[in-house]
Design a protein around this ligand. Structure first.
Ligand SMILES: Cc1cc2nc3c(=O)[nH]c(=O)nc-3n(C[C@H](O)[C@H](O)[C@H](O)COP(=O)(O)OP(=O)(O)OC[C@H]3O[C@@H](n4cnc5c(N)ncnc54)[C@H](O)[C@@H]3O)c2cc1C
Length: 315
């Protein structure tokens, strides 16, 4: 319902609120396992055949489609292959599709935290000289922590005993949610901006993190991938009956180009601005946050980018 943005050790804060933006929520925090269950239940099993667990070990282009080989040696042929095997896509590499990468030299530490006070649907984004952190509201008064730190430091935090970890986190986050009482399993994600140099070929689309893997600071990667998937579905429905038709796939790519460029650019700029420890940048950020809170148009622009509506003047 609200997002509280603050800069540790500096005076500025900004508050975004769903009510001010005239929306039911600024965003939703969705747990991956729950989402997976919902999607699985939603599959029309008369139309879709499903193999899980399974690994695609090989993809070969055919004149009119792709041939996939699974790890149990099953072979499947299709008119259109959608490659969505994540940011470190081995299949993308196998197909000779290059990537542009920009390492951030940071890792994101992820864990669930239970605070003593109610979060009331408020998310916290806090910038510190050591990197940004977010605490996002989950059901049962838990919070999802995304804590970005330099690689070695994130490793250290991941292996600290529970009490020392919570005490260090409390020191950085403060007492806005009372005492941080419990931490669940901690996971580390090394962060690199990865962009595939090609996203469509005849009978092939690269989707999701395999196409663009962003810094999680602005929480846009999954949202962008959903918009890509939706645009692809629309292009396929509007195009000729053969789903792998290159012209149709290029139309999809062109339609999503601006959205992808703006979203990747927004995440990268926010990372550089809010991840920086340089005092000049930090001062600018501090003034920026202050301006954000005082200038309604700036605040509205930022809220729309954060909601993933930056390229949707119609919404
Ligand atoms: C710390 C963190 C926080 C984030 N927070 C947000 C957020 O708040 N909002 C947001 O919008 N996004 C967020 N993201 C981004 C989001 O997680 C990704 O954009 C999203 O997971 C991409 O989904 P994907 O399916 O493309 O890739 P992945 O989630 O990486 O999934 C790839 C899948 O492919 C499978 N696979 C791999 N190889 C093969 C193979 N050969 N055969 C078969 N299957 C294979 C893998 O097992 C995996 O299940 C965050 C990311 C991180 C790291």
């Amino acid at each position: 319902k609200q997002i509280h943005v603050s800069d540790r050790g500096r005076f500025s804060t900004a508050r975004l609120s769903a009510m001010e933006e005239g929306v039911p929520a600024l965003g939703y925090v969705v747990e991956n396992a729950w989402l997976g269950q919902c999607l699985w239940q939603g599959l029309d099993k008369d139309v879709i055949s499903w193999r899980c667990p399974a690994e695609v070990t090989r993809m070969e282009p055919l004149p009119d489609g792709y041939r996939l080989t699974l790890n149990d040696e099953t072979v499947l042929e299709c008119d259109l292959a959608v490659l969505a095997d994540g940011g470190r896509s081995g299949l993308r590499e196998q197909l000779g599709i290059g990537v542009k990468t920009r390492p951030y030299n940071q890792s994101a530490l992820i864990a669930n935290i239970t605070p003593s006070e109610a979060h009331n649907g408020e998310a916290f984004e806090r910038f510190t000289d050591e990197g940004p952190m977010a605490l996002l509201p989950l059901p049962d008064n838990r919070c999802a922590l995304v804590w970005t730190r330099l690689g070695m430091d994130a490793q250290r935090l991941a292996t600290l005993d529970e009490r020392s970890f919570l005490s260090e986190l409390q020191g950085v986050f403060g007492y806005r949610l009372g005492t941080l009482k419990q931490v669940g399993a901690r996971h580390l994600y090394p962060l690199t901006l990865v962009e595939a140099e090609e996203q469509v070929r005849s009978h092939l689309v690269i989707l999701g993190n395999a196409a663009h893997s962003l810094h999680p600071i602005a929480g846009q990667g999954f949202n962008l991938s959903l918009r890509d998937a939706s645009a692809l579905a629309e292009a396929l429905l509007a195009g000729p009956a053969v789903p792998g038709n290159l012209a149709t796939l290029q139309r999809y790519r062109e339609r999503q180009r601006l959205d992808q460029n703006l979203t990747v650019g927004f995440s990268d700029q926010v990372t550089r601005l809010f991840g920086s420890t340089q005092s000049v940048v930090a001062l600018g950020r501090n003034l920026g946050l202050l301006g954000l809170d005082l200038l309604p148009p700036a605040k509205r622009w930022f809220a729309r980018q954060a909601m993933g509506l930056g390229t949707r003047p119609d919404v």
